[in-house]
Design a protein around this ligand. Structure first.
Ligand code: ASP
Length: 337
């Protein structure tokens, strides 16, 4: 595979290879010297047409830990705001010999357009396009879930998938690229997915998606899911009123203190609470829930670096046949603890 555009492109084997490689990268992250020379001399461009905190920093840290040169290119303040097209921007990056372009764009399909063009030869990684997909977020979520699942079973996560795990994805599914990427990847890894949202925040055609739909969060929580993934209400993408009031939304679909207390009172349940960030605290998730021992929110951020290292490594170290490379043991040993 040359690009990472969508989780629908990933077979089970591809996904497991990325997650296993990310485990190896995580081990590097625990050393005193966190750097590998694997991508020395390669150039990774972070091309961001939409705001980002975690994703951009995470890709930057990942590329730097692999010793790549990193160029951060934000559309605001660049010639893009003067109307330069994606094609002109891409050709400029090509002239600078970029090996990988990590692109975030407000238009769904922009990364695929770039990847299928002859404007640039670099590997294209989708870091979020409109309401379409955010594959590395789904991969880091799967990595986090796999560690949780393996810890419950008392095994190590390597080589395993998420078969038997139940995951509820809750909130603004309509505008969420995180929900879409997660749904496809979770299915590929064998998890059982339930979407929970007001009917107005579910996309047309959701009936044909490989998941269950439920409008009642309490009912889903009672069923004891292994993970509850809360989604941000994407105000910036809303052009109409999708629910009566934020108070009402929070009461019916927010993970609030009362729901946390109910879950805790159920005893024994190991349900984890996830959120991709940025959070609207007090709206889709309460502070008590976000900061509770069940929350994996900071672990997700931490795991994001390992997963993005794995993706960059596998895409950029492929041989000429396009087959991804394994991390050569000598490279890992070049940088002993
Ligand atoms: N950070 C994630 C994204 O870029 C989630 C969000 O913004 O709500 O899609």
């Amino acid at each position: 595979m040359k690009h990472l555009l969508s989780t629908t492109d990933l077979s089970r084997g591809d996904a497991i290879l990325i997650l296993d490689t990310a485990e190896e990268m995580a081990a590097v992250g625990e050393r005193e010297v966190k750097k590998l020379p694997a991508l020395r001399g390669r150039t990774v461009v972070n091309l961001f047409f939409e705001d980002s905190t975690r994703t951009r920093i995470s890709f930057e840290a990942a590329a730097k830990r692999l010793s790549a040169d990193v160029i951060n290119f934000a559309a605001k303040g660049s010639s893009v705001s003067k109307g330069e097209s994606l094609k002109d921007t891409a050709q400029t990056l090509e002239a600078m010999s970029a090996d990988a372009v990590v692109i975030r764009h407000w238009a769904s399909g922009a990364p695929a357009r770039l990847a299928s063009s002859d404007w640039i030869d670099a590997a294209v990684i989708n870091a979020g396009d409109g309401t379409h997909e955010h594959p590395t977020q789904a991969l880091l979520d799967a990595f986090t879930l796999r560690r949780h699942w393996a810890a419950l079973a008392g095994t190590s996560p390597g080589g395993s998938d998420l078969r038997g795990m139940s995951v509820a994805i809750v909130g603004d599914v309509l505008h969420s690229r995180v929900a879409r990427s997660n749904l496809w990847l979770l299915k590929t890894l064998g998890a059982d997915v339930t979407l929970v949202a007001p009917p107005t925040l579910l996309p047309v055609g959701v009936d044909s998606w490989p998941c269950r739909v439920n409008y009642n969060l309490d009912e889903v929580l009672q069923s004891g899911p292994d993970a509850v993934m809360m989604l941000r209400l994407q105000g910036e993408r809303m052009n109409a009123a999708f629910f009566p009031s934020t108070r009402e939304y929070s009461r019916r679909w927010g993970f609030d203190d009362a729901r946390l207390a109910t879950l805790d009172a159920a005893g024994g349940r190991s349900t984890v609470i996830m959120h991709p960030g940025p959070m609207n605290r007090g709206l889709e998730i309460s502070s008590a829930a976000a900061d509770s021992p069940r929350s994996t929110i900071l672990a997700q951020v931490r795991n994001g670096v390992s997963v993005r290292m794995a993706v960059l490594y596998l895409l950029l170290s492929g041989d000429s046949s396009g087959e991804p490379g394994r991390i050569p043991t000598p490279i890992l040993q070049e940088n002993p603890a």
